[in-house]
Design a binder for this molecule. Sequence first.
Ligand SMILES: Nc1ncnc2c1ncn2[C@@H]1O[C@H](COP(=O)(O)OP(=O)(O)O)[C@@H](O)[C@H]1O
Ligand SMILES: N[C@@H](CCOP(=O)(O)O)C(=O)O
Length: 318
Amino acid sequence: MAVFTSVSLDDLGPWMTQFPLGKALAIKGIASGIENSNFFITTEAGEYVLTIFENLDFEQLPFYLKLMRHLADRGVLVPAPIANAQGELVVALHGKPAAIVSKLDGSSQMAPQPQHCAGVGTMLARMHIAARDFSIQQPNLRGLDWWRVTAPVVLPFLSDSNQQLLRDEMQYQEAFASSAEYAAFPRGPVHADLFRNNVMFDGERLTGFFDFYFAGCDTWLFDVAVTVNDWCIDLDSGALDLTRVDAMLQAYQAVRPFSDEEHRGWQAMLRAAALRFWLSRLYDYHLPRDAEMLTPHDPGHFERILRLRTTIAAPELP
Ligand SMILES: Nc1ncnc2c1ncn2[C@@H]1O[C@H](COP(=O)(O)OP(=O)(O)O)[C@@H](O)[C@H]1O
Ligand SMILES: N[C@@H](CCOP(=O)(O)O)C(=O)O
C-alpha cells in the first residue's frame, strides 16, 4: 500500500505495551497495497504486520478480524489477529482503528502456474465451507449498492465508448441480480479480493490468504470469479488461460461442487467481478487520496477484461 498515516518507532513504543509481544524494535512502511496503511513491525516476540484502517470504522472491523480468527480455528491458512491485554483486536492508533496480525511466511506468486491455481482453488472452497457458520453478517461493501453510487461519480471522466460500456454493464448486472439463478446462488462470507498479491506461497506450498478487508457476505461464485479473473489470465490481454482456469475450478469443485444455477450464471459473475475492479480502479485513479507511497492500479486492465468477458464465451464450470 501506500502509507497514508505515518507511524514512527517512537509512536509505536508506548502503544505496543498493551500487546503481549514485548518491545517494538523496528517498523517499516509497506509500499504495496492501496487501501490501508501497512507496516512490518519487529518485536521481541517476532515479526508482525500492523495495519491502520483508512476507510473502515470500529464497527465494521470486528467482522474481518473475527472472520480471520474463525477461519484460522478451522484450519484455513490466514494471519492470526493479536489481542491486547483487554482482549481487543482493534485499538486506536493516531485516532484511527489499527490491528496487529501474524506475518505469513513466503511471498506472492505473481506468475502462477496451474499447481498454484489449484492450491488457491482448494483453499478458497475450504474457506467458503469453513465460513458457513460464521455468525456476524456484513454485506460486501463493494457490491451492487456501491456500484450504483460509484458509476455516476466516475462516468464524467470516461470516453464515450467507456461510458457506454459502463452504462450497459450496470444495466446487465442490475437485471442479473434480480434473476432466479442469482437468488439461488449459495452465499456466505467471501474474501472478495483474492488477487495474487493477497496469497503467500513458500515454493509451491500455499502459506496463507491475507488482506481480508474487502471481505463480506456475497455469493461464493462472485469470489471464484474475482479469483479466476486475476490468477488465470494472460496479463497483457486479460484473456483467460484455459489450463489455469481448469486447474483452479477443478480443485475448487472437488471440495465444493458447483450448482446448476451457478453453471448458468458463471459468465455473468466473471463480468460482475471485472466490473467491480474496473469501478474501484477508476475511482481511485480519478479521485485519489493523499498518500506517502502510492502505486495506482491501471483501470484499463479491467476495462479490457470486462470487454473480453462480455464478448467471448468463458469455459463452462466443471
Ligand atoms: N499477514 C501478512 N503477512 C505477510 N505479509 C503481509 C501480511 N499482510 C500484509 N502483508 C504485506 O503487506 C502488503 C500490503 O498489504 P495489503 O493488505 O495488500 O494492503 P492494502 O490493504 O492496503 O491493499 C502485502 O502485499 C504483503 O506484502
Ligand atoms: N486488488 C485490487 C485493489 C485492492 O488492493 P489490495 O492491495 O488490497 O489487493 C485491485 O487490484 O484493483
